[in-house]
Design a protein around this ligand. Sequence first.
Ligand SMILES: Nc1ncnc2c1ncn2[C@@H]1O[C@H](COP(=O)(O)OP(=O)(O)OP(=O)(O)O)[C@@H](O)[C@H]1O
Ligand SMILES: [Mg+2]
Length: 406
Amino acid sequence: MDNDERSDSLPTPPPDPGAVEAVLAGVYDPELGVSLVELGMVKHIEVAANGDVTVGISLTTAACPLRAQIGNDVSNKIRGLPGVGEVTVDYAEMNQSERSDLMQRARKHASQNAPSTAVRPTTRVISIASGKGGVGKSSVTVNLAAALAQQGLTVGVLDADIWGFSVPRLLGVAARLQAQKVEGKGMIVPEEISIGTGVVRVVSMGLLVDTEDSALMWRGLILAKAFEQFLTDVVWGDLDYLLIDMPPGTGDIQMALSRLLPQAELLVVTTPAKNAQKVAARVTDMARRSYLKVLGVVENMSVFVAPDGSEHEIFGSGGGRRLAALTGAQLVARIPIEPEVSSTGDEGTPVVVALPQAAASIAMSDLAARIVAELLPPVEMSGCTARMLDLINAAAATSVSNAPDV
Ligand SMILES: Nc1ncnc2c1ncn2[C@@H]1O[C@H](COP(=O)(O)OP(=O)(O)OP(=O)(O)O)[C@@H](O)[C@H]1O
Ligand SMILES: [Mg+2]
């Protein structure tokens, strides 16, 4: 271990309970689509001096089939906070009056918050970010989307790089986006491509304007709202994952993301170079301030394997590992430098599709598999509140005040 790493792993003070509650606002009951905090399901939060955290979660029924998923979501979110040690989730079963209270809150939410984004609460949201341009965010986004689709999943790709969009080129889509009326409101229909047995739905400024120059001309007028509109006015439909290709750096779009999609988690892309790691640390600092969890660190352009099999660390080494150590997040992938990542991208086919056996493709497909299996699995439905959801819908159809208690 070198000196750098030692200084990176200095103990971080434990978070305060308010920060724990703030990250839990990003954990949703998958059926009700409301956060556990808003539903009153978080009963207590204790943070010990050594950073161990204990939370009490009340479930509608003790035998809730979603218990494991909710428990994992809760502990994963909390573990993403710096300074956290062990996380313990205590479960309790709601009594009759607590269940009625939860119903009240869910009804209130349904009546007050007509869905603020068109992204369903059952969609896992991953924002691909970095502190610096050109590290491979867009390449990682499109390849991850393609690899998830190859597993049969439905994946949205939102190109949040409003002015420097590159997703349409990388995915080989050029068609203009269509509009459609949904309940009287004009909505944007994403461009859809089939990959394997799955589907990728794409929205980008590049599919609305003719050239990057014309997008630039609009700067400050309509475009400031474009990101928000891509979340609220797009018919995303039922997605397993929504991947958001962030613009370089931190700023307004990051803040809008945490306001509109508190369930989003950040995948931070960095190169192995030390300075790249420093810049990316800014993103994780932003994550901490906006309470978005860092799902993991991806080190891109890690190593170049020459035709003779020798390995060359062209962009330095250790940047991903150091950033992971610094933020307490995991280093979840190391993607080698391969000219084919670039050349296939230029031709509009992600390398995982064009050359699945390439080392970079294998690294990206492994990352996709790891996300699905372990890091952020797709949301399971059909659980404990489905019955309540039916009752809420039935109640909304008649009169709220006459709604049955459960
Ligand atoms: N693993 C890799 N091997 C080889 N080339 C790569 C790799 N990853 C990305 N590239 C190339 O590096 C360049 C930058 O990648 P990309 O556009 O994905 O980065 P970005 O972080 O999205 O950039 P920006 O900040 O401009 O949006 C592209 O030409 C891309 O093809
Ligand atoms: Mg990009």
